[in-house]
Design a protein around this ligand. Structure first.
Ligand code: TXA
Ligand code: MG
Length: 340
């Protein structure tokens, strides 16, 4: 196996010489995985079609699924958009740097490889010093999907990246844990009525406070059509271990215990502390009761359970409330049956 080049970097004050070297790799058309506040990204120059092709190859990503361009100024975002609408300006002002991806019409010159041939482009300014300084050092916007193989769980640590993509990455910057823990909210403002394409850390209510009413997809809707976000296949963000959902902790324990009695190894993700004693052979990873803390732990917990060789994971669904929208979305997708 090829050895992976992992360099530890301080997320608060990244070593400029490491960043300079990483920026140079980006300029040379190589792949650099880097931390953001949401998940780790697999980066290449957003202006280099050949480098972008390497991202698709490393991920095994369908060519029809476009990639987010990461910027470190609003000016840089404007340079990729035509037009850059008022609503985008207002959203950027309120939420950038941060976990909101804005879809706008693209400038002619943005590579078709980046946008999968669409006339729109997704843009985000990540709130992470390593990501921001890397984009500045590269001197170009950085194309970066989550640094996992297509349909697998997104990575929230450098270790997840090296386990999933290993030798296919030229450099992995290890800046510790991605604290938001789930991918950015994706909002399309290229259409008359702005449309939520992927729920994420920034909720619809917060967005509506800035730009007024937006379209929201129905929960669990696949939304993979031409108008939607092509990455939104029903099964996404999935662990290798089959995952099913339970309505509450009691139902989860009952379901898990039933499977254990039949000889299965089961992991359970209850919401908050377990209400009563449970079978000692049940692996329990207690999930926080606050949506932000839950998000921060979700993929790390699934990665951990996935490494245990279990037969099944049972996750307890959080309530059907606005502030749990993104978590419910990720859990529904993780539980969706594989497509092939
Ligand atoms: O938090 C994040 O967004 C992370 C970090 C690395 O920034 N990135 C990420 O990228 O999650 P990715 O490629 O795993 O997900 C990007 C999503 C996909 O669902 C993709 O289809 C959608 O954004 N997308 C990208 N460009 C688009 C476009 N022009 N129109 C509609 N959807 C687009
Ligand atoms: Mg992804």
């Amino acid at each position: 196996m090829a050895t992976v080049n992992v360099v530890v970097i301080d997320p608060e004050s990244p070593d400029p010489s490491v960043i300079e070297r990483a920026g140079q790799l980006i300029r040379e058309g190589r792949l650099v995985a880097f931390p953001t506040e949401t998940v780790y990204g697999l980066g290449a120059s957003a202006l280099d079609a050949v480098a972008i092709a390497r991202i698709y190859a490393a991920k095994g990503r369908p060519a029809s699924n476009p990639i987010i361009a990461h910027v470190s100024t609003v000016e840089q975002a404007r340079s990729l958009a035509s037009p850059w609408p008022e609503v985008a300006e207002a959203l950027a002002k309120r939420f950038w740097p941060g976990p909101l991806t804005i879809v706008v019409r693209k400038v002619e010159s943005a590579p078709a490889a980046l946008t999968a041939g669409r006339d729109t482009i997704a843009i985000r300014w990540p709130a992470h010093r390593v990501a921001e300084s890397l984009i500045r050092a590269a001197g170009v916007p950085i194309a970066a999907p989550s640094a996992n193989r297509s349909t697998n769980l997104s990575p929230t640590t450098a270790e997840h990246v090296s386990m999933g993509l290993g030798g296919d990455v030229d450099l992995i910057l290890d800046g510790g844990r991605s604290w938001r823990g789930i991918e950015s909210t994706v909002l399309d403002v290229s259409v008359e009525r702005p449309r939520l394409l992927r729920p994420g850390p920034i909720g619809p209510v917060e967005i509506e406070e800035v730009i007024g009413p937006i379209e929201r997809p129905r929960e669990g809707e696949s939304d993979a059509g031409a108008a939607g976000s092509p990455g939104r296949f029903p099964r996404h963000y999935a662990p290798k271990t089959p995952l099913e959902l339970a309505t509450d902790n009691d139902a989860g324990v009952q379901r898990a215990t039933g499977m254990i009695e039949k000889g299965s190894k089961v992991g359970l993700l209850p919401l908050g502390a377990m209400p009563r004693p449970f079978d000692a052979s049940l692996t329990v990873v207690t999930m926080p009761r606050s949506p932000a803390d839950y998000a921060s732990d979700l993929f790390a917990s699934l990665h951990r359970l996935d490494a245990m060789g279990l037969d099944r994971i049972v996750a307890v669904m959080p309530p059907k409330e606005d502030n749990w929208l993104a978590i419910r979305d990720r859990l529904l997708r993780a539980a969706a049956p594989a497509q092939d």
